[in-house]
Design a protein around this ligand. Structure first.
Ligand code: SIN
Ligand code: MN
Length: 268
């Protein structure tokens, strides 16, 4: 499923696009059904919230569960990504950011590239972040905030913050956030389950604590051109996968076998 001309223009102009309900409720239910078992695993790839002890982010999921192995090659994610990148790309990072009701903590203001560059030595800000909303995301349960246009406006200075949360992140200075927000405004990325977000590596974004009684899980796949791969190995594999095999899309109905009531792996 390719992006229209209008969609590619909006992505270029704003640094992100929101594609409502690209995955069906059955497909989303199948994804969500895998999560409790994954969150229960004793794994370094499950990063725990500092205060509540619940899972903050569950990483490396395509290596831990067959549904997610299919999902990272899903044409509704990969066709648009390859269309934009126009180059062979590898799976850089795969996770579900949980942001549980009452206890999900902040993701500070940042660009993804700051961490990709600072931690993994990725040379250029070419990667794309592809999200699928697994819950309805509203103004209340910790949506992502985007600063539209910030991806193409000057240099992004960043510093490593390993104090604020349990996930070390290269964060953007508040002065720069204020300047960009006053210049361009701010958008909260809300939508129904199944909505897809695509955003650029240098787009400034973040998300607040979830103090609502509603969970806010988001699947995230980061893809990066093979020609722009990591140059250092500081972080564990689940934070930046080392396999540079180019992603090839699978069939659009690849999730059907995981949907409860289908003939495949139903309800497994
Ligand atoms: C979040 O899950 O709110 C943050 C996601 C991201 O930084 O890509
Ligand atoms: Mn990010």
């Amino acid at each position: 499923m390719k992006l229209s001309h209008q969609e590619t223009e909006a992505l270029e102009r704003d640094g992100f696009i929101i594609l409502p309900e690209r995955f069906s409720m059955d497909e989303i239910a199948a994804m969500r059904a895998r999560l409790p078992a994954l969150f229960a695993e004793q794994s370094a790839a499950n990063v725990i919230e500092r205060h509540s002890g619940v899972v903050r982010t569950a990483m490396g999921l395509h290596l831990r569960d067959p549904l997610f192995a299919d999902l990272v090659r899903h044409p509704r994610l990969i066709d648009p990504a390859l269309q934009v990148l126009d180059a062979p790309a590898y799976v850089q990072q795969v996770k579900v950011n949980v942001k549980a009701a009452f206890s999900g903590e902040i993701w500070q203001w940042h660009t993804d590239f700051a961490t990709h560059h600072g931690e993994d030595g990725v040379p250029e800000p070419l990667a794309l972040n592809l999200h699928i909303l697994l819950d309805e995301v509203t103004e209340f349960n910790g949506p992502l905030y985007f600063l539209p246009g910030s991806h193409r406006d000057g240099e992004h200075k960043a510093r490593l913050d390993d104090k604020t949360t349990s996930y070390p992140l290269w964060v953007t200075d508040q002065d720069r956030v204020a300047h960009m927000a006053n210049k361009y405004g701010m958008v909260s990325a809300t939508g129904k389950p199944g909505t897809v977000l695509i955003f650029h590596d240098t787009l400034i974004h973040g998300s607040p604590n979830n103090m609502s009684p509603w969970d806010r899980a988001i699947f995230s796949l980061i893809v990066n051109p093979v020609s722009n791969a990591y140059t250092t190995n500081n972080r564990p594999d689940h934070k930046h996968h080392r396999d540079l095999t180019p992603i090839t899309p699978v069939a659009d109905d690849c999730l059907t076998k995981y949907v409860a009531g289908s003939d495949g792996e139903a309800g497994a």
